[in-house]
Design a protein around this ligand. Sequence first.
Ligand code: UDP
Length: 343
Amino acid sequence: MWLGFDYFFRGGAMKKILISGGAGYIGSHTVQALAEAGYGPVVLDSLISGHRKAVGESIPFYQGDIADAGLVTDIIKKEEVRAVIHFAARSLVGESVQKPDLYFEENTAKTNRFVSTLLQCGVNTIVFSSTAATYGNPEEIPIPEESHTEPINPYGASKLMIEQSFYWLEQAYGLKWMALRYFNAAGAAWDGSLGEDHTTETHLIPLVLKTVLEQREAISIFGTDYKTPDGTCVRDYIHVLDLAEAHIRALEALEQGIPCGAYNVGTGTGYSVREVIAMAGKVTGLDIPVLEAPRREGDPDRLVAKVEKIQRRLGWQARYSDLETIIKTAWQWHQKHPHGYGD
Ligand code: UDP
């Protein structure tokens, strides 16, 4: 008797999902979304940049390294893990330029060891956290997935190498994989309980909101002479809750046999740095001091996703990613947690 897709995937054989980096920003929102959708998320996080408080007490949690084959094997056996969503990584572009060896070790080499362990344990389904940084300076906007990939920093290169290794692991061992190339993740949980908290904050929206909270004197605009309508860089901001949902769709799609590969996760619409600051002023009702600063190294003028592929094949579409909703939810998080998780 055929018990149906839902039985096998949600209720039965596929229920337990291991989330590496589940205590990080995007990971923790995905863990919550999985739990709400009826899956059994299990978290593995080194807590180097993640936060224990970002994972609910009822979720099985393991502190450790993805390259620790013994630990990963034990978790898979004990928790009966059926698939993996892999977030654990270093993700600071500037740091990657300073320490490329760290990025190729922590991201590329450790992922290779992690996936080898997964395959040895019979787990062959993985959704991977990739990035628009794999494209480098895009030739075409919006950027289609088949665009030329030529990263301009070691962070993007370390992620692209993982995507390429997955292709060969698929040919050799039948790995079922999807790489989600995120554009600019932003926003926070509806209830303000989860949000963005990086030890070294470099991202525009949290820095603007920290300026509103008077934790910083002003927000610097990095470059005002880009080839964009107002001279500042344009980015495709995607709500972290939309991203979380994309991971669940990707898992389900892999189970249904949809081809492996890389998928953009964005909205297809870009906003400039000035537009983001103006929206933050509108949402918070406060004036935001601005400083015009030189360009930041390695920033392309515009990064906007072409999103037809993920819409068509995964039936996914951004729902919460209008700029106002993104900034409202992020503002709620920052007001409730002016010092992040406090750990
Ligand atoms: N940015 C800025 N001031 C800041 C931080 C960022 O002008 O203090 C700009 C940055 O140059 C880029 C955009 O905001 O054009 C988004 O940067 P972010 O670091 O948030 O994300 P990225 O695009 O680097 O992934």
